[in-house]
Design a protein around this ligand. Sequence first.
Ligand code: PXL
Length: 275
Amino acid sequence: MNYLPLPPPGTTPLRVLTIAGSDSGGGAGIQADMRTIAMLGGHACVAVTAVTVQNSLGVRTFHEIPDDIVAGQIDAVVTDIGIQAAKTGMMASATIITTVAQTWRRLGVTVPLVVDPVCASMHGDPLLAQDALDSLRAELFPLATLVTPNLDEVRLLVDIDVVDGESQRAAAKALHAMGPRWVLVKGGHLRSSDRSSDLLYDGADFHEFDAPRVPTTNDHGGGDTLAAAVACALAHGFSVPEAVSFGKRWVTECLRAAYPLGGGHGPVSALFRLA
Ligand code: PXL
């Protein structure tokens, strides 16, 4: 596949900010985002929202970063280094979401923002307080260029069970009404067992993105990796449909390169690009 152009050595790469949680197991969250951003030739800046205590078997607990430190990280990066795109992942709490939204508006940032509405780990461990869903919908979605929920997140956010194309379109419309410019309803293995079909919507047109489903249980960090790759493509000036098409192909390659780790689910891997 064609990757994004790499910066010549010694020149400043495009900067992509990830506002997300740390995964001590190194599979998902900030660690996954940074691998993808680096492998796509970007410079990853980071605003840590929470530190999770986890391994391949699950999330044992997490510690939230204080609001002023979350806001301070974003301010420090934006006012000096400058960014061409950003993404959010695990936000942990309503106050962190409010802080990030306020900081984004206060700084007048206008670059593309990909909001991956992370609610739980693949094991079902909560990564977002239940009372934070309202803040996610009301405060972060209106700032988003694109939101990228999976089917579990769709159920929590708009109470729609996506079981077919019609319900996937209904979910996209309900999510779009909450204010993001674009919505990507990730279908997982919805339509059939061997395809993964995602639906993109901008309030007018539907675009469908189809990829072979990669048969692996090592898919930790897959959603983070997709959103990070889309943010990198947007930083390069791709349109949203082009960026999603690119991100989908990138995460499919990362799924093919996923490896076992520990006794549970291993991570998708952007390291294939080193081969
Ligand atoms: O993949 C979602 C995710 C995002 N961020 C952090 C996580 C996880 C899943 O476990 O731990 C920090």
